[in-house]
Design a protein around this ligand. Structure first.
Ligand code: PLP
Length: 387
């Protein structure tokens, strides 16, 4: 939604300023993200879902969760099972535990996807072993599996970053060749396909986040684990709630991490719109891709564009330039996990590609409610900058 208004100041050094003032063009503001319009567009459906839960008087572990789990699993694959959990980070942690990861095991993980994947490995009691990413796709470099695997390696976490699928055929082949499990992190890639097959159906299990900004977002914290292995699903259900199969009887140690009825009901509504929202994201991304100036490196063209990330050496200058023109941007992510204070001690060596990308990536506004005119405005500013 374009919000017209006064141009942000100060812009006295801006050579374009006079042009804009003289021609009387009203400046746009393009926020990095806005969530309210997306909610408004389906307000009636959400109100009905919320009303249903309020009327039922049942708020945890009830029919809405069961229905959402069934629908989310069916969306992905016949025979898949979904286990609703409290967040995406918990889905990663519980996914690792359900795949048999134990204290002292090693888990391969990238460092360019924020802190959650690494935090989940540590929370599961395992040791993260950092892997480099492919500079073209920003996802796990498959050869790293062969390089970093040891007799203690139990699993690899594969992140489909920015909505682009990692090369799963190669990754699964190599990981299973070493006898290690594959946990997909689909937090940024709901509905993305790789070779015609949905992400989340390639590995031994997949973690999803429904954080509000994700392609499928709740109105608060929520997550899920997806798997086609009934034993993994069963274990995840135990870890979801005190190790209970039967109420008050703990079979394994665990705390609690549930997806509540309200969020399940709202996610059922939003799941029905996911493909249409992803198609809109893709159309907007195509518009960006067609108009980007030559100096900016563009992202891969496949996927569901959770984020539209460009690359430039002069990232910080470009970010400031766009901010002065009312365009919100963000960096995903500025400090790689292996350089973060709590996780530095697991870093066995530098990760030059990961570190370079952290200095060069910039996320432009991209969400289903973004106007094509907003995209054109951003492109105009990028071309004027000569990025
Ligand atoms: C958002 C995100 C998570 C964590 O999800 P939460 O629901 O916020 O815990 C994990 N991995 C990736 C790649 C994410 O983007």
């Amino acid at each position: 939604m374009p919000i017209t208004g006064a141009r942000p100041s100060p812009l006295s050094h801006d050579p374009n300023l006079g042009h804009y003032m003289v021609s009387g063009i009203t400046a746009r503001r393009v926020p990095f993200n806005v969530l309210a319009p997306g909610v408004q567009a389906i307000r009636g459906e959400l109100d009905a879902a919320i009303g249903r839960v309020l009327d039922s008087g049942w708020f945890l572990m009830g029919p809405e969760l069961e229905a959402f789990e069934r629908e989310f699993a069916a969306y992905h694959a016949a025979g898949a099972q979904a286990v609703g959990l409290g967040s995406g980070t918990d889905a990663l942690r519980i996914g690792l535990l359900a795949l048999g990861v134990e204290a002292g095991d090693e888990v391969l993980v990238v460092a360019n996807a924020g802190v959650p994947p690494v935090a989940a490995v540590v929370a599961a009691g395992a040791t993260p072993v950092f892997c480099e990413v492919d500079p073209a796709t920003h996802t796990l470099e498959p050869a790293e599996i062969d390089r970093r695997v040891t007799p203690r390696t139990r699993a690899v976490v594969v992140v489909h970053l920015y909505g682009h699928a990692a090369p799963m055929v190669t990754i699964v082949e190599r990981a299973h060749g070493h006898g290690i499990k594959v946990l997909e992190d689909c937090a940024q890639a709901h509905g993305a396909r790789h070779g015609g097959k949905l992400v989340g159906t390639w590995g031994d299990a997949a973690a999803f986040s429904f954080y509000p900004t994700k392609n499928l977002g709740a109105l608060g914290d929520a997550g899920a684990l997806l798997t086609s292995d009934p034993q993994v699903a069963d274990a995840a259900r135990l870890f979801r709630m005190y190790g209970w199969r039967h109420k008050y009887v703990s079979e394994v140690h665990s705390t609690v991490s549930r997806l509540d009825e309200l969020h399940a009901a709202m996610l059922r509504v939003k799941l029905r719109h996911l493909d249409e929202w992803n198609a809109t994201r893709r159309a907007l991304a195509e518009r960006y891709l067609a108009g980007l100036p030559a100096g900016l490196e563009a992202p891969p063209r496949d996927g569901v564009f959770h984020l539209f990330v460009v690359q430039t050496r002069a990232r910080d200058a470009l970010k400031a330039y766009l901010a002065e023109r009312g365009i919100g941007t963000d960096v995903h992510y500025p400090l790689p996990a292996h350089q973060q204070k709590p996780y530095q001690r697991y870093a066995q060596c530098g990760l030059p590609t990961t570190e370079r990308l952290a200095r060069e990536v910039l996320s432009l506004p991209l969400y289903p409610e973004l106007d094509t005119a907003d995209v054109d405005y951003v492109l105009d500013q990028l071309r004027a900058y000569g990025a």
